[in-house]
Ligand binder design. Structure first.
Ligand code: ADP
Ligand code: MG
Length: 372
C-alpha cells in the first residue's frame, strides 16, 4: 500500500496577479488530501472518497473524454490520468484506494489542486514516470482546464507540488521561475474564514479579467506591443500613463501593477525579518483590493480590522478571489490562541456570519511513500 499526500494552499500576497502574468506568494498548508492506494493488475482506477462517500471507477486503457463523464470529482482524477497518459504515451497502472482529506472542499484552499496532485505523484511513482514536479503541475492544470472545465491559473498546482516545509513559494506566473522563501519559525498562518459565501465570485472574477484586458488594450495603444499583460507595465510607467486609461480599467490596472511590486517588496521584508514591512504591505494589498479592485466586502474588511487589532498579529489581508471567503493572517505562534479568541469576539460583534479559524503550518509539496 502506498500513500500520496498533497497539501492545500493559501496565498500570502499577490492577488489577482496570476491572470495578468504577474507574481504570487502562496504557501502550502498542513491541511491535506491523502490518497491510500494499491496497484491492481487490470488497469482500472477504483477510488472511494470518504468525504463525499462516493466511489468512482474508470478504465485507464481507454480513459473517457470529459464529456462522457458525470460532473464531480471523477473528472479531476480521470483528467490527471489522461494528461499523464498523453504526455508519456504510457498506460497507467490500475489502482484501488481511498481518498481522505483534512482540507475543506470548495473553501478556497484549493482542494481540487490537492486531489489532482495526489493522483499525479502517485502515478509518477507507481509507473516510474520520473516527471519533475513542475511538469506534474502543468499537467494537473491541464486536467482542471479540460476535464473540470475550470480555467484556473498555475498558482495552485505549483504551490501544491513545489513548496518546501516552513516556506512560502514565490512564483513568476509568466516564466514559471520559483524561489523558496523561508518564513520565520515564530509565526503561524491563520486562515480566518468570514463565513460569507462567495456568491458574486464567478461573475465578479470574469468582469475583473475583462477590465484588465481592457487596460492592456488601452496601454498597448500608448506603449506599443511590448505590453502584452499588466505585468509589463512598471510602476513608473503606471504613474505616467494610467491617467490616460478609462475607468474602471484604470483602477483595476493600478491594483495589479501595485500588487506585483508589493510581492517583490514582500520578499525583501521577509528576508530582512522586517515585521512592520510585512504588516504595511499586507494592509496595502488589502486596501488596494478593496478600493481599486473592488473585490472586498464588509465582512472581509471587518475580519482584517479585527485581525490587525488582535494580539500577536503581524499582518492580515483578504486572500483568494474575494467577494466573501477568507482572510489570511500571519500571527506570533505564542499568541495565536489569544489572537483567535479576540478576533472571534470582535468579528461576531460586527457580522451576522459565523467565522471559522484554521491555524496552519507551512508544509512541503505533495509526496508519496509506502505505508505498512
Ligand atoms: P477548492 O479547490 O477551492 O477546494 P474547487 O471547487 O476548485 O474548490 O474544488 C473542489 C472539488 O474538488 C470538489 O467538488 C471535488 O470534486 C474535488 N475534491 C476535493 N477534495 C476531494 C476529496 N477529498 N474527495 C473527492 N473529491 C474532492
Ligand atoms: Mg480549486
Amino acid at each position: 500500500m502506498i500513500v500520496a499526500r498533497a497539501p492545500g494552499r493559501v496565498n500570502l500576497i499577490g492577488e489577482h496577479t496570476d491572470y495578468n502574468a504577474g507574481f504570487v506568494l502562496p504557501v502550502a498548508i498542513d491541511r491535506e488530501v491523502h490518497l491510500y492506494a494499491q496497484p491492481r493488475s487490470d488497469h482500472r482506477c477504483v477510488l472511494y472518497s470518504e468525504v463525499l462517500d462516493d466511489q468512482i471507477e474508470f478504465d485507464l486503457r481507454s480513459i473517457p473524454p470529459a464529456e462522457a463523464l458525470p460532473e464531480g470529482w471523477i473528472r479531476y482524477v480521470a483528467g490527471v490520468a489522461q494528461m499523464l497518459t498523453q504526455h508519456t504515451g504510457r498506460t497507467l497502472t490500475g489502482i484501488e484506494g481511498v481518498v481522505s482529506s483534512t482540507l475543506p472542499l470548495g473553501a478556497g484552499l484549493s482542494s481540487s489542486a490537492a486531489l489532482e496532485s495526489a493522483c499525479a505523484v502517485l502515478w509518477n511513482m507507481l509507473d516510474d514516470l520520473r516527471l519533475p514536479p513542475a511538469t506534474l503541475a502543468l499537467l494537473c492544470q491541464q486536467a482542471e482546464w479540460h476535464y473540470a472545465g475550470v480555467h484556473c491559473g498555475i498558482m495552485d498546482q505549483f504551490a501544491c507540488l513545489l513548496s518546501q516545509p516552513g516556506s512560502a513559494l514565490f512564483l513568476d506566473t509568466r516564466t514559471l521561475f520559483t524561489e523558496t522563501i523561508p518564513l520565520p519559525r515564530e509565526w503561524v498562518i491563520v486562515v480566518a474564514d468570514t463565513g460569507k459565501p462567495r456568491t458574486l465570485a464567478e461573475s465578479g472574477y470574469n468582469a475583473r479579467r475583462a477590465e484588465c484586458e481592457q487596460a492592456v488594450r488601452e496601454l498597448q495603444s500608448i506603449l506599443g506591443e511590448e505590453v502584452s499583460a499588466l505585468r509589463d507595465v512598471s510602476p513608473e510607467q503606471a504613474s505616467l500613463y494610467l491617467p490616460l486609461v478609462s475607468e474602471p480599467a484604470r483602477a483595476r490596472a493600478r491594483h495589479v501593477i501595485g500588487e506585483n511590486a508589493r510581492v517583490l517588496a514582500f520578499l525583501e521584508t521577509l528576508r530582512g525579518g522586517n515585521r512592520e514591512g510585512v504588516r504595511a504591505l499586507m494592509l496595502a494589498s488589502h486596501r488596494s483590493l478593496r478600493d481599486d479592485y473592488a473585490v472586498s466586502c464588509p465582512e472581509l474588511d471587518a475580519m482584517v480590522e479585527a485581525c490587525l487589532a488582535a494580539p500577536g498579529c503581524v499582518g492580515a489581508r483578504l486572500t483568494g478571489a474575494g467577494f466573501g471567503g477568507a482572510c489570511v493572517a500571519l500571527v506570533e505562534r505564542e499568541q495565536v490562541d489569544a489572537f483567535i479568541q479576540q478576533v472571534d469576539l470582535d468579528y461576531r460583534a460586527r457580522s451576522e456570519y459565523e467565522p471559522q479559524f484554521l491555524i496552519c503550518e507551512a508544509v512541503g509539496g505533495a509526496s508519496v511513500s509506502p505505508v505498512s
